[in-house]
Design a protein around this ligand. Structure first.
Ligand code: BG6
Length: 466
């Protein structure tokens, strides 16, 4: 204890930083050679689906302003940074021709980050499929798996001298749920069989990227980023417990088990078979998954998964959805971020850590995203900058749980926020701001928030007092 309270000291070498993504930060510039991706296309045909009818063309102009933005990484205490490569920028048609301007841009970004002594973790896919591949069936087709493998290899060849830590996919379950069981991502289908095929193909693509990375650069480390959380049942009743078990199978173990353990859980496979959802799976593909597990894991954590026994009554002929197996549970009295509507449950991070320790060989992992999206932050501006004490408190509360887990043996090596500079957030566009740095949309000016200065102090002290 100090006069200010407890000092939470993190292990030596612990990394502090943030994540962003190409489609949410780069923007499109005339003549940059970028091809259309699924988001550019969807905004073109249905702009009314996007908050304020604002699409992905401008975002936070990182493509234009990266040189000065990278300086801000240092000013906000980053020792690690996770950007993503946009497949549609590097290979505009998804396969074939490489865009030389993209190579130049990413090489320059990586060189500058390296020059500041900041560790790079580069993600290959953040919900952004080249539209040319979407048109041919997207992730429902195995063609996309082979195209992704070639794209991943190209990235390792082109940038492997500058980057040695990689991510195959960010939150691969999200496009499955939102694009094939709901309508928050293009192509907005409700088709359980397609959803299972998309999930399986994505996993196969991820395992092939792990294989390619290890073949080309045996000394590089590669991971997958998953949005993990244990499923908390509403009650101890066997029905609620079963619902929680199935929810966890679908939403976390569907990628966690094959990526880390090399195999799908038997109960998940049995459910898929029972409902006739098995895609075309070969023994050779299963061997690729078995033999190419990740070196470490990225974990994104925002909110817990709370479920109860299914509440919806289905009629013959109704489409099969997750509602057949579980219903989400809106727990009374929960703490909530009202802007995003997400529950805040810091203890979830501790539970994730303990689960990875116990059931996943205590694999090395990092928190790759955690953060708080807030609407109307200008209201908190004083003396020319945003005084976001609520964000500092949110981060501290999560770090205290993470610290407790590390003390108990969790193998977590870093904490990364979502995000660095306020950026464009899919259907919510600029509604909720997450950054350590404010983006003024009318002038494109960047102003460090109070949390940005605080984060630098935490990084330098490798801990904080509270
Ligand atoms: C994560 C994604 O799930 O959540 C990010 O990896 C996303 O891309 C972030 O922006 C916050 O969610 P949202 O919908 O508020 O932008």
């Amino acid at each position: 204890m100090t006069e200010q309270g407890t000092f939470y000291q993190f292990p030596e070498g612990f990394l502090w930083g943030s994540s962003t993504s190409g489609p949410q930060s780069e923007g499109i510039e005339p003549g940059d050679g970028k091809g259309l991706n699924n988001w550019d296309y969807w905004f073109g045909i249905e702009p009314e689906r996007f908050h304020g009818q604002i699409g992905p063309d401008v975002t936070s102009t990182f493509y234009k302003n990266y040189q000065t933005d990278i300086e801000l990484l240092k000013e906000t205490g980053h020792t690690i940074f996770r950007p993503s490569i946009q497949w549609s920028r590097l290979i505009p048609d998804g396969v074939g021709q490489v865009n030389p301007r993209a190579v130049e841009f990413y090489r320059d970004v990586f060189q500058q980050v390296n020059a500041l002594g900041i560790k790079l973790l580069v993600n290959l896919y953040h919900f952004d499929l080249p539209y040319a591949l979407q048109e041919k069936g997207g992730w429902e087709s195995k063609e996309t798996v082979w195209a992704y493998e070639a794209y991943a290899r190209k990235c390792f060849e082109l940038f492997g001298d500058l980057v040695d830590h990689w991510v195959t996919f960010n939150e691969p379950i999200v496009p499955v749920e939102c694009g094939y069981l709901g309508s928050y991502h293009y192509p907005c289908k409700v088709d359980a069989k397609a959803a299972v095929a998309v999930a399986y193909h994505t996993q196969l693509a991820s395992s092939l990227a792990v294989k390619a990375c290890h073949e080309l650069h045996p000394d590089h480390q590669i991971s997958i980023v998953l949005n993990l959380t244990p499923a908390y049942p509403r009650s101890d009743s066997p029905e609620d417990q079963k619902a929680a078990r199935i929810a966890e199978l679908f939403q976390t173990k569907s990628f966690l088990d094959p990526s880390v353990l090399g195999a799908y859980p038997e109960e998940l496979v049995a459910i898929i078979d029972e409902y006739g959802l098995r895609p075309d799976v070969t023994e050779e593909e299963l061997a690729i998954i078995r033999e190419n597990t990740v070196d470490f894991l990225g974990v994104n954590y925002y909110q817990p998964l709370r479920v109860q026994a299914p509440k919806v009554i289905f009629e013959e002929g109704d489409l099969l959805t997750t509602e057949h197996f579980f219903t989400s549970y809106d727990m009374p009295g929960k703490k909530i971020n009202p802007h995003r509507g997400w529950e805040i449950y810091e203890r979830g991070l501790y539970d994730i850590a303990m689960n990875l320790k116990k059931d996943y060989g205590n694999i090395v992992w990092l928190v790759t995203e955690n953060g708080m999206g807030v609407e109307g932050e200008e209201a908190f501006k004083e003396d020319g900058y945003i005084q976001d004490d609520y964000r500092i408190e949110f981060i501290q509360d999560h770090l205290i749980e993470l610290h407790r887990a590390i003390q108990e043996g969790a193998n977590c090596k870093g904490y990364m926020l979502w995000t660095f500079i306020d950026c464009w957030s899919w259907l919510n566009a600029y509604k909720n701001r997450y950054g350590l740095v404010e983006l003024d949309l009318s002038t494109q000016k960047r102003i460090i928030k109070k949390s940005g200065y605080w984060f630098k102090e935490v990084s330098q002290a490798n801990g904080f007092s509270r």
